[in-house]
Design a protein around this ligand. Structure first.
Ligand SMILES: C[S@@+](CC[C@H](N)C(=O)[O-])C[C@H]1O[C@@H](n2cnc3c(N)ncnc32)[C@H](O)[C@@H]1O
Length: 206
């Protein structure tokens, strides 16, 4: 793992943490039903929200389950803690790097990550960690934006990526479906969301 990369990512999200919810007001109109759908498919008692951010998934956490949220960035976690307190949601929020997690093997029934693997410095390493900690009969549910398969748009995304990643922490030219495959997770379902083949709902298992 490139620790320097992780500190760069953390610094970017730390800087954004105060503005993050405001910046996401418009996109969240699209994301809300996608999140709702993802969380309706969660199974089991022990869940991880990897890269929990400011806790935008919290309103969808099923009641009565054990949910843990992990994030790299203290500022994002601080806002997640505030949201959990306001919503009276019982969630164990921890600082951590999805590329090197402290959970034992085969620990979670479901791992969720929404808009996270665009920013994890080594996404395949992070997805391998998810593979390690999800139970063999468990599932991995991801919402991600990826590089467009449209040749022109894809090239534009490549060109713009170095600026966008500096400003927002997110790489816009990743092939996260391929990264999931490379991690050893088995993909059950990939669905395009919205327009332009950019947003994906990925269902996988160990
Ligand atoms: C775009 S935000 C998404 C937050 C939240 N999942 C959501 O849906 O709003 C990306 C989050 O991933 C976190 N992140 C990036 N790299 C990470 C890593 N290596 N380990 C854990 N969290 C990471 C960032 O700190 C940030 O909070």
């Amino acid at each position: 793992m490139n620790l320097q990369d992780a500190s760069v990512t953390r610094r970017r999200y730390q800087r954004l943490s105060l503005l993050y919810d405001f910046m996401e007001i418009l996109p969240e109109r699209f994301y809300y039903p996608w999140r709702q759908r993802l969380w309706s498919q969660v199974r089991g008692q022990n869940l991880l929200d990897a890269g929990v951010g400011t806790g935008k998934n919290m309103i969808f956490y099923p009641k009565g389950l054990n949910v843990t949220g992990v994030d790299l960035t203290p500022g994002m976690l601080k806002r997640a803690r505030k949201r959990a307190a306001n919503l009276k949601i019982d969630v164990d929020l921890q600082l951590g790097d999805v590329q090197a997690l402290e959970f034992p093997d085969n620990y979670f029934d479901t791992v969720v990550a929404t808009f996270v693997f665009c920013s994890v410095p080594d996404p395949v390493l992070g997805l391998r960690e998810i593979h390690r900690i999800v139970k063999p009969n468990g599932q991995v549910l991801l919402l991600e934006h990826v590089r467009s398969c449209n040749a022109v748009l894809g090239k534009l995304m490549n060109l713009a990526n170095s600026i966008v990643v500096r400003m927002t922490g997110a790489n816009i030219n990743r092939d996260t479906v391929e990264n999931v495959r490379r991690s050893g997770l088995v993909i059950d379902h990939v669905e395009n969301l919205g327009v332009g083949n950019i947003y994906k709902f990925i269902v996988a298992h160990a």
